[in-house]
Write a protein that binds this ligand. Sequence first.
Ligand code: MSP
Length: 539
Amino acid sequence: MEFTNKPFCSNPKISRVSKSFYVTTPIFYVNDAPHIGHAYTEVASDVLARWHRARQENSFLLTGTDEHGEKVLRTALGNHTDPKSWTDKLVNESWLPLLETIDIDNQDFIRTTEPRHEVAVQKFLQKLYDTGFIYQGSFVGNYCVGCEEYKNESDLIDGTGEFAGVSVCAIHSKPVEQLNETNYFFRLSEFQQRLLDLYESNPTFVQPESARNEVVSFVRSGLSDLSISRSKERFDWGIDIPWDKDHITYVWFDALLNYITAIGYGSDEEKLASLWPADVQVVGKDILRFHAVIWPAMLMAAELEPPKQVFGHGWLLVGGEKMSKSKLTGIAPTQITDAFGADAFRYYFMKAIGFGSDGSFSWEDLSARYNSELANGFGNLASRTIAMTNRYFQGEIQGPKNYTEADLQIQNVAKLAVDGANAAIDKIAIHEAISKIWTLVDELNGYITTQEPWVLAKDEANRGRLGTVLYTASEGLRVLAVLLNPVMPKAAQKLWSALASDLGSLETQNLNDAGSWGQLKPGQMMQELEALFPRVEEQ
Ligand code: MSP
C-alpha cells in the first residue's frame, strides 16, 4: 500500500479559517464515579485551556465520556440495569457535576453514545475499509477488560492472593481472558516508519521526554495490526461496523475518534479545520500508546494530520500504586473541595506534583500548603494590601512617586514571573509556571515586611512614600490576579473585583501584557476583598 503525505486541507475556503488552541482530556469510562486521579487530568487540561484564553486566544477544551465496551456493559449488568440507563445516570449524577466541582470551563462535552459521534465513527470506519486499511482476519490473544486491551506476555505479571499462580494485568492486578475471534483489523503495522518519521520530525510530539523514549522504542520494536471489532455473539454494546452488522467497533477505536467527531468530522469541515490538529492532548501515562501510536496512525490512514502534541502525565499514587476505584483507593474530589474549595484543589495538584511525574496525595501536605502558601502567603498578602489602602487612603489608589530600587525590583520580578510562567506553560510544565508566579508572591511579601507601610503611616511626612509602597504592592496583586486566573479562577476573580474593577473584566486582560507596569489608575477606588482562603477547621 502507498502512503502519500497529502496536505491536510486542500479546500481554499476551509484553509482560511483561523485556528483556535485546542486541548483535549481523555474521555472517561463511566463504569464508576470519578476520583481525584480523573479530576487531575481534567484540571491540568483546563489550566492549559484557560491560560491560552487569558492570552486572548480562542481556546477550546473538549472533555467527555467513553461509554461503550465490555467494561461499562459488565458494570451496568452487575448493577441490574441496562448500559444506556447506567451511563445516563452516571454521566448526569457524577461526571457532569465533576466539572462544576473542580471548576472546568469546557467548550464541549462529548458522550460516545451520542448520534453525532456514532454517525461520524461509522463514516471514518467506512473510509478506512474502502481504502483498504481495514481487513477481516482472526486472532487469539489475552484480553484485559479493565484496560479494554489485548496484552502481550510482557504486560503480564504473576498474580498474588486470590490470583496466585495465574498471570494478571500489571495495571489492574486481575487475570486476563483468552479471546479467539474472527474480526476486523486495522493495518497498524504498515505505519511503523511513518510514525517513527513523525516522532523524529516533531520531537515534542510525545512529551515528557521519558514518555517519548518509551513510545519510540515500542514502535521501533515492530507493530502488529489491531483488532478493531468485536463479534456481537460476545456482546453488542458498541457502534455497529457499517458494512457488517454482526460486529461492533472496538471501544478504543470508537473512543479515540471523539477528538474529531466532537468538532465536526464528517459533518462540519469548517469547524474541524478551525480546531484540528489539536495543540495538546493530555492523557495519563497508562493510555499513552493508544494516543501516541494507534491514534496518529488512524489519522494518517484517513489523511488527517496527527495532533501537535500528546502529553502523558503521571499517576496519583496510593501506597505506591495508581489510585483506582477498582482497588478501592479512590478519593472523591468533593471530599477535598467541600473542605478546601475548588481553587485549593486545582492549585495543590498542579503545584505539588511535577506535571509528567507520579505523585502521592496526603491530607497533611494539602493542609500544610493551604495554610502556608495560599492562606498566609497569597491570601494574606492580598488582604493586608487592600486593607491598608482602605485604612490609610479610604480605598483610593495612590499615584506612585519616585520609585526606589526596592520598587523597581518588584517590577522586574513581576515581568520575569509573567515571561517565565508563559514559557513554562508552552512546555506544559504547569508546576513550573506556578513556581514562577510564586516568586512574585514571595517577593511582595518580603517587600511589605521591609517597607513597613504601617510604620510609614505613622508620619504624615511619609504619605507619598506610603502611597508608592501600596501602589507597588497593588500592582503586584494585579499581575497575580491575571496570572493566577487560569489556576485559581475564583480567588483571582475576587481579587480582581476588589482591586481593579475599572480596568474591565478579568477575562479581557491579556496575560502576555500583565507585566507591563502601571496599569492600575490612581484615583480609582478599591473595594472590600472577600476572604480568598478561609480558615479550614481541623477534622
Ligand atoms: N476511556 C479511556 C480513555 C479513552 S480516551 C480516548 C480511559 N478512561 S479512564 O476513565 O480509565 O481514565 C481516564 C484518565 O484518567 C486517564 O488519562 C487516566 O490516566 C486518568 N487517571 C485514572 N486514574 C488516575 C490516577 N490515579 N492518577 C492520574 N490519572 C489517572 O482510560
